[in-house]
Design a protein around this ligand. Structure first.
Ligand SMILES: CC(C)(COP(=O)(O)OP(=O)(O)OC[C@H]1O[C@@H](n2cnc3c(N)ncnc32)[C@H](O)[C@@H]1OP(=O)(O)O)[C@@H](O)C(=O)NCCC(=O)NCCS
Length: 408
């Protein structure tokens, strides 16, 4: 029998948060951290499964998952309502009994009922979420750049960078992000909840020796910001790595200005940044491109298309004739049909299909991260008509490589 999932009461959120932390091997939040963490919980959206009672009869929460509402930008510039799924954990003494599966099923049904078109999460391990229809839809690049690496003479140069205090960051960065987002959000970008900022700014201030905040001002006003923390690698002065926690820029000049600033900070060996856009080629700004080491490429957004027809309607398509795709979805049956891609939300349950994939495979192409031909070659998609793959490549192509840039 599937475990019973219930909506947790607000007075149970802290227990749920402690359970989630424990599953990730983190200590329980103290009162100050809890005050910040609690802001992300939205009533009615935190699910739990009760476990075996303790020896003295005390009830035990065995698993939890929650989501908060955001919006996702899709190719073409429209945005759709998105459930940001997080704080998923099952007690180690209750794992592999189907608790996560029950939570994921109940959560997807709830998200669908709310009319949210997609759900998204960040995965602690890559083997957990595919079975629930999540696929990697954006990826990022990790870089480490030698401090004081000179920038090329031709690198964009305009505007100025000023450092701000933590209080100013808390007061000003949310509105600055909203402005940058409204003006330049590409596919994969998301809106940020107020509670998200509290957590991010607090995390960067509390986990390392120091943190910093700076804003870039261009000809039209503030157009970029960076938040970083400092990791001291030893006792020696200068054995520091500046770790970028959040870097957003509305244009190439702001981006270059912020990198120029970070690389110029004294008493540091390098600047490290995690999951930057695949197309943010810092090496192209440098006199010595080898001063920028690419230390990894990893999955960023795990995307679940909850309402496939609405998701397909929301994004724009490249210039090609429509293609008929049989989508398989074993959890949300409304998606489990033939979709005519390139036409607005058309489903054709009795029609034949040229291509076939499951809903996770569709999510991998949806924002433009992977091409249908790449997915077909790897067995994620099946082509019944080989000419349809090239058409699908043209339809799904997005002019900007997708990236989210918001960790939650
Ligand atoms: C990941 C986690 C939530 C799984 O919970 P669970 O209740 O054991 O999962 P289920 O019993 O529902 O497992 C469902 C299936 O997924 C598989 N699975 C679950 N976790 C897995 C993992 N970490 N790696 C590989 N497979 C996994 C199970 O083997 C099972 O497969 P089956 O249906 O073929 O038997 C739990 O192990 C946990 O809390 N881990 C630590 C915290 C964490 O990683 N949280 C996620 C934060 S993003």
């Amino acid at each position: 029998m599937s475990p019973h999932v219930r909506i947790l009461r607000p007075d149970e959120y802290r227990t749920a948060h402690t359970l989630f932390g424990q599953a990730l091997h983190a200590a329980p939040a103290d009162d100050e951290r809890w005050a910040r963490s609690s802001a992300l919980y939205v009533d009615g959206r935190t699910l739990g499964v009760d476990g075996d009672a303790a020896a003295d009869g005390t009830p035990v929460l065995a698993g939890t998952a929650m989501s908060f509402p955001t919006r996702l930008t899709v190719p073409g510039g429209a945005s759709v309502p998105m459930a940001a799924v997080t704080r998923v954990g099952v007690r180690a003494d209750h794992t592999r009994r189907g608790i996560l599966s029950a939570l994921m099923r109940a959560q997807l049904e709830d998200v669908a009922r709310r009319g949210e078109v997609v759900a998204s999460l960040r995965a602690s391990e890559a083997r957990i979420y595919g079975r629930f229809g999540y696929g990697v839809a954006t990826r990022g690049r990790d870089v480490e750049v030698r401090s004081h690496a000179p920038l090329r003479a031709g690198a964009p140069r305009s505007g100025a960078v000023r450092m701000i205090t933590a209080e100013e960051a808390r007061a000003d960065l949310p509105a600055l992000y909203e402005r940058i987002h409204a003006a330049s959000a590409g596919p994969g970008a998301m809106t940020r909840a107020a509670g998200w900022w509290e957590l991010m700014l607090h995390r960067s201030a509390s986990t390392t020796t120091a943190s910093g905040y700076a804003v870039h001002r261009g000809p039209d006003g503030d157009d970029g910001h960076v938040v970083w923390s400092v990791e001291n690698k030893g006792d020696a002065f200068g054995a520091n790595v500046l770790r970028v926690g959040d870097l957003q820029a509305a244009n190439p000049a702001a981006l270059t200005g912020l990198w120029r600033f970070l690389l110029g900070v004294d008493l540091a060996e390098s600047v490290a940044a995690h999951l930057r856009p695949l197309t943010e080629s810092v090496e192209l700004l440098l006199e010595d491109p080898r001063s920028c080491a690419v230390t990894g490429v990893g999955d960023e957004t795990w995307l679940r298309l909850v309402d496939v027809a609405a998701a397909l309607t929301a994004r724009s398509w490249g210039d090609a004739e429509p293609v008929r795709i049989r989508v398989h979805d074993r959890l949300l049956s409304a998606n489990d049909t033939v979709h005519v891609v390139g036409e607005k939300g058309v489903v054709d349950p009795d029609g034949s299909a040229e291509l076939e994939c499951d809903v996770a495979g569709l999510a991998m192409a949806y924002l433009g991260d992977r091409t249908p031909s790449e997915l077909a070659a790897a067995g994620w998609w099946t082509a019944h008509d080989p000419t349809a793959v090239a058409r699908a490549d043209a339809l799904f192509a997005a002019s900007t490589v997708p990236w989210c840039g918001t960790f939650f």
